[in-house]
Design a protein around this ligand. Structure first.
Ligand code: FPP
Length: 234
């Protein structure tokens, strides 16, 4: 019988929490939005680095269902930066074989941002090097609620199982994350991938996201390579 234990290969799906942009800017005497701009530039760099490392799936936690609590001008600024980044950088990443998916609730995101998201998600068929999940207005609990609503509408109660719920999550098209990376020094998930991260390997880095470079990425992937995944087995 195939043992559940897996001596680690490269991760197939790396999930990131985009954390530390605001502090990065404050440390430099810059407005927080300057940190968010640098953070987005770093998403581009890390996506390209993952293409080079033959990682097939990446997901990026960019705005949570709880981040609406932030000051309105920061929220509006984040959406404007995201809209601009998707329009400018989406095609560049698509040319590298990156495909996009939105992970999260559409409502109440502004129409201009939704158009930019749809534009990259409906982009030309790529060679499929890397599927990038954009977790925008994403919450792990909200996702489970949405999945349950959809499952209850289509599946008989006695047929509800883990596969039915997994198939109704925003991430249905992706494998679960193998490696979940949180830069920025905090040691928590903050409502990210609550279902999917059940057996993810966790990597917490003190480096703020805009400074999370290829060297730090390799550190996280090397740490992953030393882990023994047992999935509850021996
Ligand atoms: C989770 O921690 C982190 C996130 C959900 C990412 C938040 C990132 C932004 C709002 C800025 C992104 C900028 C752009 C331009 C996309 P948390 O801070 O939500 O939760 P915590 O309070 O538990 O740390």
């Amino acid at each position: 019988m195939k043992r559940q234990q897996e001596r680690t290969k490269a991760p197939q799906h790396v999930a990131f929490v985009m954390d530390g942009n605001g502090r990065w800017a404050t440390q430099r005497g810059l407005p927080r939005l300057a940190g968010h701009r640098s953070g987005l530039a770093n998403v581009t760099r890390i996506a390209e680095a993952l293409v080079e490392r033959h990682v097939s799936y990446m997901s990026m936690y960019m705005f949570s269902t709880e981040n609406w609590k932030r000051p309105k001008e920061e929220v509006v600024g984040i959406f404007e930066l995201l809209t601009e980044w998707l329009g400018d950088t989406g095609p560049r990443l698509q040319a590298r074989g990156v495909t996009f998916r939105h992970l999260g609730r559409r409502e109440p995101l502004p129409g201009s941002l939704l158009e930019a998201i749809d534009y990259v998600c409906e982009g030309p068929p790529a060679s499929g090097n890397l599927a990038l999940g954009l977790a925008i207005n994403y919450g792990g609990r909200a996702e489970i609620v949405d999945a349950l609503r959809s499952v209850l509408a289509t599946v008989q109660q006695q047929e509800i199982d883990e596969a039915a719920i997994a198939g109704a999550l925003y991430t249905a098209h992706m494998p679960y994350p193998d490696l979940l990376v949180r830069p920025g020094g905090e040691l928590r998930l903050s409502n990210y991938m609550l279902w999917q991260a059940a057996y993810a390997e966790l990597y917490f880095s003190p480096v703020l996201w805009p400074d999370f470079d290829e060297e730090e990425l390799d550190r996280s992937m090397n740490a992953y390579a030393t882990r023994h995944r047992r999935f509850g087995g021996l």
